[in-house]
Design a protein around this ligand. Structure first.
Ligand SMILES: Nc1ncnc2c1ncn2[C@@H]1O[C@H](COP(=O)(O)OP(=O)(O)OP(=O)(O)O)[C@@H](O)[C@H]1O
Ligand SMILES: [Mg+2]
Length: 274
C-alpha cells in the first residue's frame, strides 16, 4: 500500500547569525507497509522518525527517492490528486495540547477537517461529531467544552476522533502515547486497535518505546541517525534485532511495563474500550 523507495531528506540547520550546516535527517530509506497493518518506526531522539512521518503525509518533500501510495507517487501527483491523497492520510502528534486550538470548542476541533474536505450540512456535522465522540469513548457534552478542560488521555482521544473524521486510510501516530501514564497509554492503544479493525486503518506507529511496539505493531524498523539499521517483519521476533542501536533501545526499557501491559492488553483478541 505504501512504499518508500531510496528516500533521503536533508535539512539546513543553524542559528541565523551562526554557520548553517546540513543535517541528513533520512538517508536512503526503503520500506513497504501493507494495508491494514501497523508498521512501527523506532529510534532514539533525532533519528529521523518524525521526518519520515511528515514525508508520508506530505508535510515535507523528499530530496531524492519516491514515496508511493496505492500506486501513485505522492510528491509528483497534481494539486487535485494531492488534495485527495492528503484526505487519505492523517497524523496524530504526541503533544495533544498544542495540536488543538484552545479557543475552539471540541465539537469545532473535530469538525474542522470535515469542513475542509467535505460539504456536509450543519446537521450532518453535528451528528457526525456525536458519533465520533462516541467512537472514542467520550460523551456528546464533551463537544461543548474546551481543550483545557480535558486530561491528556481524553484530549488524545479527541485528536484521534479528529483524525478519523474524514475516513482516512492511513494514520501516522507520532509518539501518541508517550506523554501519558501507563494505564492511559494502554487504553489509548486499545482504542487505536479497535478503530484499526473497525475502519481498516493502516498505521505508521512512531515510538521510542519498544514494549508498546511489541504489543501494538505488526512490523518494526529501527532508525538510527537517519538510516534503517534493523527490522523485524514480525514484532514477536525481537531477538532478530541485533544491531547495536536496537540493543541499546531494548536494554533501555523498564522491565515492569510489559508484565502489566500483557495482563491488561490481550493483543488481537477483539479489543474494546472499557
Ligand atoms: N524542519 C527542520 N529544520 C531543520 N532541521 C530539522 C527539521 N526537522 C528535523 N530536523 C532535524 O532532522 C533530524 C531528525 O529529526 P526528527 O524530528 O525527524 O527526529 P525524531 O526521531 O522524530 O526525534 P524525536 O524522538 O526527538 O522526536 C534532527 O537532527 C532534527 O534536528
Ligand atoms: Mg519526533
Amino acid at each position: 500500500m505504501i512504499e518508500f523507495i531510496n528516500v533521503s531528506k536533508q535539512f539546513r540547520e543553524g542559528i541565523w547569525w551562526g554557520q548553517k550546516k546540513n543535517v541528513q535527517a533520512l538517508h536512503d530509506i526503503s520500506l513497504q507497509i501493507k494495508e491494514g497493518t501497523c508498521f512501527a518506526i523506532v529510534g532514539e531522539s533525532g533519528s529521523g522518525k518524525s521526518t519520515l512521518g511528515k514525508l508520508l503525509i506530505g508535510l515535507e518533500k523528499p530530496d531524492t527517492g519516491q514515496i508511493m501510495f496505492q500506486g501513485s507517487n505522492l510528491h509528483e501527483a497534481d494539486r487535485q490528486k494531492r488534495q485527495l491523497l492528503r484526505r487519505d492520510m492523517q497524523i496524530v502528534f504526541q503533544d495533544c495540547y498544542s495540536a488543538v486550538n484552545p479557543r475552539m470548542k471540541i465539537k469545532d476541533v473535530i469538525a474542522e477537517p470535515m469542513r475542509v474536505h467535505f460539504q456536509y450540512s450543519a446537521a450532518e456535522i453535528k451528528e457526525k461529531v456525536k458519533q465520533l465522540l462516541e467512537a472514542v469513548g467520550l460523551d456528546e457534552e464533551a463537544g461543548e467544552q474546551y481543550s483545557h478542560q480535558f486530561s491528556g488521555g481524553q484530549l488524545q482521544r479527541i485528536t484521534i476522533a479528529r483524525a478519523i473524521s474524514i475516513q482516512p486510510k492511513v494514520i501516522v501516530l507520532d509518539e501518541v502515547i508517550n506523554s501519558l501514564d501507563v494505564l492511559v497509554q494502554i487504553s489509548i492503544l486499545k482504542l487505536l486497535k479497535r478503530l484499526q479493525h473497525e475502519l481498516n486503518l493502516t498505521y505508521l506507529f512512531i515510538s521510542h518505546d519498544l514494549h508498546a511496539v511489541k504489543l501494538f505493531a505488526d512490523e518494526v524498523a529501527i532508525l538510527d541517525k537517519g538510516e534503517i539499521v534493523d527490522c523485524a517483519h514480525q514484532v514477536k521476533h525481537f531477538d532478530k534485532l541485533t544491531h547495536p542501536a536496537s540493543r541499546r533501545l531494548i536494554e533501555a526499557q523498564l522491565p515492569i511495563v510489559p508484565q502489566l501491559a500483557k495482563e491488561e492488553y490481550p493483543v488481537k483478541k477483539g479489543l474494546y474500550v472499557s
